[in-house]
Design a protein. Sequence first.
Length: 337
Amino acid sequence: MNKILLTAILAISISISFSQGMYFNISGGYGVPAPQQTQQGITFQPNGDDPAKTIIVPLINQNISDSAAMKYQNNLYQGYTGGGSLNLVTGYMINPYVGFEVGFTTLLGRKLKGTSTFDAPSPLGDNVTVNTKTWSYGLTMSPGIRLHACKPDAKIVPYGRFALSLPLWGKTIHELSIDAPNYPGIHAKAAIRAETQSVFSIGFNGSIGVGYNITKWVRIFGEVAGQYLFVRSGTTTLTRYDLIFDGFEPVDQLPSFTTFSKVTTFVDKLDETNNTQAFGKSRVKEKNKESYVEEDKPREELRRAANFSAFGGLIGLSFNIHNSMLKKKKKPVPVKE
């Protein structure tokens, strides 16, 4: 035990004696979604004029109306990380080769778009078209390790890093524009907006890059990076549901909806104890019905996961504060004659 303790103290002492100090990185970049064949963008599939009948599905393009020249459906393998990002990293090199850091990334994601056109038996009538836009924004924390593959005084600094991806804050937005030209008796449109908040999710990211020391204080660098992250849905809330009929002003439907219609909570297991109609619970009290959903509580559905995996590149600046720079030089003591 004493030998282990002495070895640990010796290793720490060596690390401290060769410690390099702190660094701060600022960078920006652009990413593209990882080509994983799975649900990546998610959206709402309307089924009538009550959002409680809506189901949440992967984003697709489709035209399955009888008037279509050719009916089709196709998946859109897109992820929410397509677009730009800004990054801030602070870290500490414990020796010339190994450092620990914490990074923060904000996503400037592009909007994902999908279109669906379909016919009866939809309650909305024939030739209903739904245009969907969905995108995400937020802040991710990445604690990790950095490895330098060069001598301490080298001008060119090859490096690699590996870190966890921990989403801290953010939302995914869904906007739907529905056009129902053959809604019973009138041409109807709807404008819907919903916001999805996530629950705890974890992934990882890594990169390799190379830097060039402009001065002993400043380094310019570029790197290629990859991330594997699926963010789990927590709660989706409707924030807009307007109906627009020809010749009339838009009508806000939100005040008329119950919590069951406006809010969806996602769970990992769904059974008869949950607030769902999946197992025969009714919303209308009828004879011979013993179980009903609770309208003043959120609807519950099985959890979805949105894809935030990506590949990309970035460039930036690193500001280094070496311990040797902070040490005051001793003034030479004059020699008395």
